[in-house]
Design a protein around this ligand. Structure first.
Ligand code: SAH
Length: 330
């Protein structure tokens, strides 16, 4: 029996899944729900650029751009509202999927693509990432009476192996049976972003589902054909994700030299950035069907029991950065 460590299983499963499916047939992300999402992120970036003292050029980086919708909506909005920022911005996209790169290239002619952050040139940077960290593979550790075990996947079932205790910032005492998740690639990514923000000016916005702490049962989930599926089903038959642990993310960012604002709920961020007003303006100028789609999209993005409450936003900044739009105490 071959046992595969959970993060290795998850990485392999998602690589197969993304290469063989259109992931957006199975789930919908905020930029696909309403054009206003990407527009407001673009305006957020433009306001941050002004707060940073208008560095020119500035790197406008997106990690995991999906279909390129967020960046396309953002660039359209800023080219009208803040053309100086649009002119200064150099668009860099971090994407590993060849299929999605092709989709992005249809909409974003002026971008440069990279496989990792390390390939992106250094300099003042504004980075955005929506539903990127949740796609990165996690490890799961289980507290047993005699010590820690790590979870493996063996022929569609869980297996465990003894392991050294995971390094956890500010770890509370653990109950027997409790699962602790560690997202090593997310830590590495956020740590590298923080290092860049420390050395150069800039800010990064991460939006994802998750909470400050992850519950004792862990958060691994699988979606297939739009439905919840068994995460241990054969690799490549479902999209595997895990919730983002925002306290751990903030800890890593600070250790890497960045300041942190938030987390706030997606609802808080979008309402403060004017999502209601922008949606109403568009709806008033649209036909009845478009207006209805815009208004129901708004509800989905900000309803506390939908994306508005489940999703959180956190901002990392260089140490001298003032309070950012969308992150006032909520
Ligand atoms: N931000 C988009 C897509 C979210 S899906 C949206 O909101 O619609 C996750 C995205 O991250 C996809 O584009 C996927 O191909 C990309 N991705 C997953 N793992 C990655 C990795 N290790 N490096 C770069 N991109 C990755």
């Amino acid at each position: 029996m071959i046992a595969e460590r959970l993060d290795q299983f998850m990485a392999r499963a998602n690589a197969i899944y993304y290469a063989s499916h259109d992931p957006f047939a199975d789930f919908t992300t905020a930029p696909e729900v309403s054009q206003v999402f990407g527009e407001l992120i673009g305006l957020w970036a433009a306001l941050v650029w002004i707060l940073l003292g208008r560095p020119d050029p500035v790197l406008l980086v997106e990690a995991g751009p999906g279909r390129g919708t967020l960046m396309a909506d953002a660039l359209r909005a800023v080219s009208r509202a803040q053309p100086d920022f649009a002119a200064a911005a150099q668009v860099h996209l971090i994407e590993t999927s060849a299929r999605l790169r092709a989709a992005q290239a249809m909409r974003l002619k002026q971008a440069t693509w990279h496989r990792s952050l390390a390939e992106v040139p250094k300099g003042p940077m504004i980075l955005v990432a929506n539903e990127f960290l949740d796609a990165l593979p996690i490890r799961q550790f289980v507290r047993r009476r005699d010590g820690w075990m790590e979870r493996y996947v063996a022929e569609g079932a869980w297996a465990e192996e003894p392991v050294e205790p995971p390094a956890l910032p500010g770890a509370p005492p653990f109950a027997e049976g409790q699962i602790v998740e560690v997202n090593e690639p997310a830590r590495a990514f956020v740590g590298a972003v923080a290092g860049r923000l420390h050395r150069h000016r800039g800010a990064a916005l991460f939006i994802d589902y998750g909470s400050r702490e992850i519950g004792p049962a862990g958060s691994l989930q699988a979606i297939s054909g739009g439905e919840k599926a068994n995460p241990l089903a054969p690799a490549g038959t479902a999209d595997l994700t895990a919730h983002v642990h925002f306290n751990a993310l903030a800890h890593t960012a600070k250790a890497g030299g960045a300041s942190v604002q938030g987390p706030v709920t997606q609802r808080h961020l979008l309402v403060e950035l004017g999502v209601r007003e922008r949606t109403e303006r568009l709806a008033n100028a649209a036909n009845a069907a478009q207006a209805e789609a815009l208004r129901s999209g708004l509800a989905r993005l900000i309803a506390p029991d939908q994306m508005g409450g489940l999703f959180k936003a956190i901002a990392l900044t260089s140490p001298d950065c003032p309070a950012l739009p969308g992150f006032s105490d909520g």
